[in-house]
Design a protein around this ligand. Structure first.
Ligand code: FE2
Length: 416
């Protein structure tokens, strides 16, 4: 099917908004009831509707554009598969069998019923409606806000949410602010949390779902005792990285809570991976493309106990393409020794691109240094923001957990 990557700017003024919203609701209700209805519209409105979308015919597809936005191409199969009448009103699920689509059918004519609904008349006497509203809502800009070290304090740190509010009777407002912040910046904070593992657990369970995984059932505690086969269980510095790159689906949200530390150092380091990818794209699109294209292997080994292996590219875009990003999978510590699937030219291209990315990541301009204290809990989108730490002395007790990505994303989708 032709590309759906084009979007229309949501800022376009719509003078008939309220009227059309009512009409759209009525139309949707009628379609759900299986009633085929065309509303009588004022002549002035019909004239305006002509300017909503431009639609042209191609070779068994139509091309839809709006204003100066790029055109998108919709094949006949796609239009028939997404007939508005196929969606069940209670579940919003597509009910028709794809085998019932007539692949030889011809499109005879079309008409815009309102700002969202396009009626299509087919040669087999079938009439379908295609809902264009998702094109009206699409934005040209990603919803995330990228940040560097100079912007972090004002943009993100200042928005720390009070745990007493989160856990209190008006928690929803605090919760919405928290999820909005985590979504927008990839980092959010809860302050005034009870400085204990139970305190961490309580706030996390209020916010979302704690992941059960190889490392723990609930929250974990890390000290410099090398209990696990991971540098995190030492006191040496850790360069910034994302966690569990060796899982097919790396864990979603990383939570850190320092319960106590009687020494020096141990500051948390943070880098906005989406900002880095954006900078890389702007400075050298070819290097960006290399890290988007080439998949590499990651591994975790604990002889006799655990072995995890996964692969994926360092940069993953969303289905909308750049600048809409989905995931950064970056961990120098866990890159597998076996990259034998890479050709000589890909090995060379990969190292050139990765070194440039590492240079951006390790630049002080992009790396935030932050001293976490008991009661101040950080939540990190592990698919976007890289974390590390400075080396430290003394006894440092780090408590934390991972939270389920799908659950968190579901809450954000409701917000939007
Ligand atoms: Fe880590």
């Amino acid at each position: 099917m032709a590309s759906l990557k084009a979007f229309f700017c949501p800022k376009a003024h719509c003078p008939l908004k309220n009227y059309l919203r009512k009409q759209q609701t009525l139309l949707a209700q009628s379609m759900r009831a299986g009633i085929r209805t065309v509303f009588a519209r004022p002549l002035s409105q019909q004239a305006r509707l002509k300017h909503t979308f431009d639609i042209k015919r191609g070779d068994r597809f139509i091309e839809v554009s709006k204003g100066s936005g790029r055109a998108i191409s919709l094949t006949y199969e796609y239009l028939l598969d997404n007939n508005a009448k196929t969606f069940e009103p209670k579940t919003f699920q597509r009910m028709d069998n794809i085998m019932d689509i007539d692949s030889n059918v011809e499109l005879l004519s079309w008409e815009l019923l309102d700002h969202n609904n396009l009626e299509l008349n087919w040669s087999n006497e079938q009439s379908t409606v295609f809902d264009l509203s998702f094109l009206n809502k699409s934005s040209c800009e990603p919803p995330e806000v990228f940040w560097n070290s100079g912007q972090f304090e004002d943009l993100v740190l200042s928005q720390a949410v009070d745990a007493n509010g989160l856990l209190g009777p008006y928690g929803k407002k605090y919760m919405d602010n928290f999820h909005r912040c985590l979504y927008k910046f990839g980092v959010a904070f809860a302050k005034n949390v009870d400085p204990s593992d139970k305190g961490t657990e309580r706030v996390c369970e209020q916010i979302g779902v704690i992941s059960r995984n190889y490392y723990s059932d609930k929250t974990w505690i890390v000290t410099a005792n090398m209990e696990q086969s991971d540098t995190a269980y030492s006191n040496v510095p850790l360069r910034t990285h994302t966690d569990t790159t060796y899982f097919d689906s790396p864990l979603g949200v990383q939570v850190f809570h320092i319960l106590s530390h009687d020494g020096t150092g141990g500051e948390t380091l943070l880098v906005d991976g989406f900002n880095i990818a954006n900078l890389l794209y702007k400075s050298d699109p070819e290097l960006y493309e290399t890290l988007r294209r080439i998949s590499i292997n990651y591994r975790y080994l604990e002889p006799g106990r655990a072995k995890f292996e996964a692969n994926g590219p360092v940069i993953v875009e969303s289905s909308k393409g750049f600048p809409f990003l989905k995931q950064i999978r970056y961990n120098d510590y866990d890159r597998d020794i076996d990259q034998s699937h890479l050709s000589v030219s890909d090995q060379r291209a990969f190292y050139k691109a990765l070194r440039k990315m590492a240079e951006l990541i390790q630049s002080k301009q992009n790396e935030v240094t932050l001293k976490l204290t008991p009661g101040f809990v950080i939540f990190i989108n592990n698919w976007r923001v890289m974390h590390g730490r400075n080396g430290f002395t003394g006894h440092r007790v780090l408590n934390g957990c991972y939270m389920a990505r799908h659950d968190w994303r579901g809450k954000v989708a409701l917000l939007n």
